[in-house]
Ligand binder design. Structure first.
Ligand code: 5CA
Ligand code: ZN
Length: 409
């Protein structure tokens, strides 16, 4: 699939430092020191509805990761998927009497437009589940042939017990895993499974549902976790720097994916850091497509909200926090954008080299975007109240805010 166009990232004087980031697997903050090419996989959307503020907040976190790495003069190899065939997509298409492929294409296009408007840097490889099927089938065959997967009425399940490191991404106990598995696409109560947590790798064709040639697996479609593993291993290999997504993906999705990859390759770990963004809520409940309590990025844009203000609203919360979207959050961002624009539109101003370092320092410290905004606020307030004469300062601030925070002033 094609991704979306990249906005330019202005070069800044000096060089950023290595990112310190919270890793769910080690349950602490680690310093990542990638090679000349940093490698990141971020789970993409299931395109049955438009991009909401929760999605945008999660992608904003990983966009900051890219910007920090680019600022260290590294290249970034970024891979993202689109879950363009899965139960919720098929159910929504059936409910609304529309073709599932058209629904997926329409919502993926809208997602690309939203990401472009928000200045999120695109992945180099943007891969749909459907196009990944030829790579998924041999992986499932290998797992089965190695005794790490088994058949149940034509469906193929992964045996979580085949991975000695199972549980090391989310650190949950069996009871919590079982509850979350039932909530998030698993089938712990299905009779005949070796372990209730075992996730499906390949689902045998069901009447009325799309299916693909699965060679020795028979016709069917892929499970959710193996989709991301096949794409990540194909484009990044093992031991990549960050596996990213919202905190609702830590279990089962990232736990199962890590186990699939570790059993397939015999290597550990799949990723050096598992990074999880907090959940955005609306009216006290997690924003989710299934509940329908959503604020869409595209709807805000249609209503005339500047995408830079949406981005500032996302940045005003730490990526690991769970937070609530309200009209005030947006109103504050709109006001902040106006103040910042006024400050950089003056012909000269207060020196800003120290500010660039402060933004850098905040971001390498577990992506402290609110800290970065506070630093810019201090410069802006001083600038708007004084008459500095550094002619390069307003331009430097604009470039830094664009390069490091993705906000065009
Ligand atoms: N296609 C799978 C991942 S392979 C999926 O989870 N799709 S999704 O459309 O449901 O979510 C896309 C991303 O947005 C995931 O990283 C998810 O964790 C994140 N996300 C979903 N809802 C929220 C929310 N309310 N707040 C923050 N992030 C969210
Ligand atoms: Zn995924």
């Amino acid at each position: 699939m094609h991704a979306w166009p990249a906005s330019e990232v202005p070069a800044l004087p000096g060089k950023g430092r290595d990112l310190k980031i919270h890793d769910s697997a080690t349950q602490g903050t680690i310093t990542l020191a990638p090679g000349p090419v940093a490698r990141i996989y971020v789970c993409g959307i299931t395109p049955y509805d438009a991009t909401h503020i929760g999605h945008a907040a999660t992608y904003n976190a990983f966009d900051l990761v890219q910007r920090v790495w680019l600022d260290t003069k590294r290249q970034v190899h970024y891979v993202q998927n689109v879950t363009d065939v899965d139960d919720p997509l098929l159910e929504r298409a059936l409910r609304d009497g529309q073709d599932w492929t058209e629904l997926a294409e329409r919502e993926t296009s809208l997602f690309r437009e939203d990401m472009t408007a928000l200045r999120m840097l695109p992945p180099q490889h943007y891969i749909g589940a459907v196009e990944a099927i030829p790579g998924i089938v041999p992986l499932v065959e290998r797992l089965r042939d190695a005794g790490a997967a088994y058949e149940l009425d034509g469906d193929i399940y992964f045996s979580v017990e085949s991975d000695p490191n199972f549980g090391q991404v989310s650190h949950l106990d069996a009871q919590a895993m079982r509850l979350l598995s039932a909530e998030r696409g698993g089938d712990p109560d299905r009779a005949g499974k070796k372990n209730p947590l075992d996730p499906m790798l390949w689902m045998a064709a069901r009447p009325g549902e799309p299916s693909w040639d699965g060679a020795s697996l028979g016709r069917g479609r892929p499970g959710w976790h193996i989709e991301c593993v096949a794409i990540a291993l194909d484009h990044l290999g093992m031991g990549f720097d960050i596996q990213g997504g919202g905190s609702d993906l830590a279990f089962p999705h990232h736990e199962m994916g890590a186990s699939h990859a570790q059993v397939l390759t015999g290597e550990f770990p799949m990723a050096k850091a598992y990074v999880h963004a907090g959940m955005v809520a609306l009216h006290g409940e997690k924003m989710s497509k299934s509940k329908g309590n959503l604020v869409f990025v595209s709807a805000l844009r249609r209503a005339g909200v500047d995408p830079a203000a949406i981005r500032l609203a996302l940045l005003s919360h730490h990526y690991r926090a769970d937070w609530e979207w309200t009209d005030e959050v947006l109103a504050e961002a709109v006001a902040r954008l106006e103040r910042w624009r006024a400050a950089v539109s003056r012909p000269d101003g207060l020196p800003a080299d120290a500010l660039v370092e402060e933004i850098r320092e905040a971001l390498v410290n577990d992506l402290d975007a609110p800290g970065a905004l506070a630093a810019v606020d201090r410069w802006v307030d001083a600038q708007n109240a004084s008459d500095g004469d550094d002619e390069s300062a307003p331009g430097l601030v604009s470039r830094a805010v664009d390069a490091l925070l993705g906000v065009a002033l």
